[in-house]
Design a protein around this ligand. Structure first.
Ligand code: NAP
Length: 315
C-alpha cells in the first residue's frame, strides 16, 4: 500500500483545487495525496511528510510523527512564525523555473525604470512632449539585495542586458562580473552606489524594516526601488516620505505589509509608486508539483531530506 501524504492548506479555493489535481498526479507512483480534513486519526498519526500551503498550524500539530513539511511557496516567514521550533523541519519550494520567472520580472521592471516609463506616462496624461536624456544600461548600477536562488539568476539576467550589477547578501559571495558585499558596512556601500535597488531577500527578524529612514538616507538621491521580496522589509512611512521629498524617485512594489493592499493605503494614489498584486514570480503548479514529487520520492526511497530552513537564521 502506498504511503499517504497529507495536503494541508487554507489557501483560496481555486488554488486548493489546482493543487488537488496536480499533486496527486505528480505523486501517483509514490504516494496517495489526501486533503488533511479527509484523513482518519490513524492516517494523521502515520504521516511523516505533509505538503503545506498556508496551513492551519493546529492541523500540522495534529500529525505527531511528521518529520518535515514541504511548502508550496518560496517564502516561509509565515511557517517559521507559526510552527514550533521543535516541530517538523520546513522545506521551502526552490524551483529553477521560479528563478527564471523572477529574473524576467526583475529585468522587465528594471527596464521600465531605466527607460523612464513612469515619467512618460505622467507626461502623456498632461499632454507634454518632452524627451529625457537616455542613459546606457552600463551607466546604471542596479543592486540586488539578497543573492540566493532568485537574486543570483536576476543579477545574471541584468548583467547580460548590459547593466552594471552589484549584490549584497548575509554571507560573502563571489560571482563572475558582479561585485558583491555583505554585512552592515557592505549595505551602506551598496546603497550609496545604486541607481536602483532590487529586494530579493527573505523576511526574517534581521531583514524586517531593513530599509528604514536611516538606510534610505544612504541611498543615492533619486534612486529607485523594486520590492519583489516581502512588504515589511521596507518601512512604508519612510518610503513614502523619501518619495515625497525626492530622495527616492520611484518604487515598484509587488509585496506589502498587508495583502491585498487595503483600499485606504496611501500607496495606491502615490504617482511615484507602481503597484503590482504579488505577481512577480508566482508558484507554477506544473513545475512545482514535479519538484515536490521528486523531494518526497527521494525521502521515501533513501530517508534523506531536502535542504530545510535554518530556524536560527529564519530562512
Ligand atoms: P534564498 O535562496 O534563501 O536567498 C536569500 C538571500 O537573501 C541569500 O543570498 C541570503 O544571504 C540573503 N539574506 C538573508 N538574510 C539576509 C540579511 N539579514 N542580510 C543580507 N542578506 C540576507 O531565497 P530566494 O529563493 O532567492 O527567495 C528570496 C525571497 O523572495 C523569498 O524569501 C520570498 O520572500 C521572495 N519571493 C517573492 C516572490 C514574489 O512573487 N514576489 C516569489 C518568490 C519568492 P546568504 O546567501 O548569505 O544566505
Amino acid at each position: 500500500m502506498k504511503p499517504i501524504v497529507p495536503f494541508v492548506s487554507e489557501a483560496n479555493e481555486d488554488e486548493r483545487k489546482a493543487w488537488s489535481t496536480a499533486l496527486p498526479t505528480a505523486l501517483k507512483d509514490i504516494a496517495e495525496v489526501k486533503a488533511f480534513d479527509t484523513l482518519s486519526e490513524q492516517e494523521r498519526s502515520r504521516a511523516t511528510v505533509a505538503i503545506v500551503a498556508n496551513p492551519d498550524p493546529a492541523k500540522v500539530a495534529a500529525m505527531p510523527n511528521l518529520v518535515w513539511v514541504q511548502s508550496l511557496w518560496a517564502g516561509v516567514e509565515r511557517l517559521t512564525a507559526e510552527l514550533p521550533q521543535d516541530g517538523p523541519l520546513i522545506v521551502r519550494l526552490t524551483d529553477p523555473q521560479m528563478a527564471e520567472t523572477m529574473s524576467e520580472a526583475v529585468l522587465a521592471w528594471s527596464l521600465y525604470l531605466h527607460r523612464d516609463m513612469p515619467k512618460y506616462m505622467t507626461q502623456q496624461r498632461q499632454r507634454v512632449w518632452l524627451g529625457h536624456e537616455l542613459l546606457l544600461p552600463a551607466h546604471r548600477t542596479i543592486a540586488i539585495l539578497g543573492l540566493g536562488k532568485l537574486g543570483i539568476e536576476s543579477a545574471r539576467r541584468l548583467k547580460s542586458n548590459g547593466f552594471n550589477v552589484i549584490g549584497w547578501s548575509r554571507s560573502e559571495k563571489s560571482l563572475d562580473d558582479i561585485r558583491t558585499y555583505c554585512g552592515q558596512d557592505g549595505l551602506e556601500t551598496v546603497l550609496r552606489q545604486a541607481d536602483s535597488l532590487v529586494l530579493l531577500m527573505p523576511l526574517t527578524d534581521e531583514t524586517r524594516g531593513l530599509l528604514d529612514s536611516t538606510a534610505i538616507e544612504h541611498c543615492k538621491p533619486g534612486a529607485t526601488v523594486i520590492n519583489f521580496a516581502r512588504g515589511p522589509i521596507i518601512e512604508t512611512p519612510a518610503l513614502i516620505a523619501a518619495l515625497d521629498r525626492g530622495q527616492l524617485s520611484h518604487a515598484v512594489l509587488d509585496v506589502f505589509d498587508s495583502e491585498p493592499l487595503p483600499p485606504e493605503s496611501p500607496l495606491w494614489s502615490n504617482s511615484n509608486v507602481t503597484i503590482l498584486p504579488h505577481i512577480s514570480a508566482p508558484t507554477i503548479t506544473s513545475t512545482a508539483s514535479q519538484i515536490v514529487a521528486d523531494n518526497i520520492r527521494h525521502f521515501f526511497q533513501t530517508g534523506c531530506l531536502p535542504e530545510s530552513v535554518d530556524r536560527k537564521k529564519g530562512y
